[in-house]
Write a protein that binds this ligand. Structure first.
Ligand code: 6OG
Length: 296
């Protein structure tokens, strides 16, 4: 089972005595009080998504926020992990209004409606109210019961904690030429690490239809133009035959992984204004230096 990760935001505004919650009127988590938030749009940063969702769901414009928590929520039998970035909103413009999604209401710190909230909130919201930062993991079973939990206070969110927490840069689109469905292959490990980090992947391999739940493209020429990265795992004969397709794909950076080096193709790409690097995508991802390498 390939695990995928979806990044979500969750904003709780506070004036130091009260916290602003909203009754979720529809969708995931309906009929519960919660903060305001949701999924990221393509190419949107986490902070921008937090601001947009707060505006859409409560009508207020955030003027100051701080990331105070990161949770991973997993549901039994569901391969998608929700990585929820929790923000404390210290100031905003406007008056909260009821929207199609949420009915906002202020709650005093000693009157939080825990019984009508997600069950994880009873663990971490007291830390939030006490001004602490935290990281959590919750595994939910039937009826949203908590089967497993880990919760720790942190002083800050360091680099390796969660890659996507490291910065608010938008996630990248990465095309994997020669993607494999075999877990022992580097191209397969790269694919899984990229997904874990929240990047969007486009595997290319004419012999596979899917890898896990991800559709595989048969040819480079069918991939949308202008991805951030093309990472190459095929041998040099194959990349030589595809050089025109690579140039017209117009990736910003091409990574030649160990064993896939091809000096002729590298030269031709550089002449076409495409940046090339020889490095191991898996090592970059595992060491947390992928984003720095591709934006260098
Ligand atoms: P939309 O599907 O409406 O975003 N969320 C959770 N919040 C809490 N407190 N506990 C959970 O435990 C949660 N899972 C998701 C993230 C869903 C909103 O709900 C939050 C988003 O703000 C499982 O786009």
């Amino acid at each position: 089972m390939i695990r995928t990760k979806k990044i979500l935001t969750l904003c709780l505004a506070t004036d130091g005595r009260r916290v602003l919650l909203g009754m979720k009127k529809r969708g995931f988590g309906a009929n519960r009080w919660n903060g305001f938030g949701g999924k990221l749009e393509p190419d949107e940063s986490i902070v921008d998504a937090a601001k947009r969702e707060m505006l859409e769901e409560s009508g207020v414009r955030i003027t100051s926020l701080e990331r105070v928590g990161i949770h991973e929520f997993e549901f039994r039998e569901n391969p998608e992990i929700l990585e929820v970035h929790v923000f404390r909103v210290d100031s905003f413009e406007g008056e909260p209004v009821e929207t199609e999604e949420m009915r906002p209401q202020w709650f005093s710190f000693d009157d939080i409606p825990y019984a009508e909230m997600w069950p994880d909130d009873a663990y971490w919201l007291p830390m939030f109210l006490a001004g602490k930062k935290f990281r959590g993991y919750f595994l939910f079973g039937e009826g949203d019961s908590i089967l497993e939990k880990r919760l720790e206070e942190v002083s800050r969110f360091d680099q390796d904690a969660v890659a996507s927490a490291r910065s608010d840069i938008a996630m990248k689109t990465v095309v994997i030429l020669g993607a494999s469905d075999k877990p022992q292959r580097y191209s397969n490990r790269a694919l899984n690490l990229l997904i874990e980090r929240g990047h969007s992947v486009v595997p290319v391999n004419p012999t596979l239809d899917t890898i896990g739940s991800i559709a595989v493209m048969p040819k480079l020429s069918e991939v949308s133009k202008g991805p951030d990265v093309l990472t190459i795992y095929v041998k040099s004969e194959t990349s030589s035959a595809l050089v025109d397709d690579i140039v017209s794909l117009a990736p910003k950076t091409v990574i030649f992984n160990p064993g896939a080096e091809n000096p002729d193709v590298e030269r031709m790409l550089e002449l076409s204004g495409i940046r090339t690097v020889r490095t191991c995508t898996v090592t970059l991802l595992a060491s947390g230096s992928f984003e720095a390498c591709i934006s260098a």
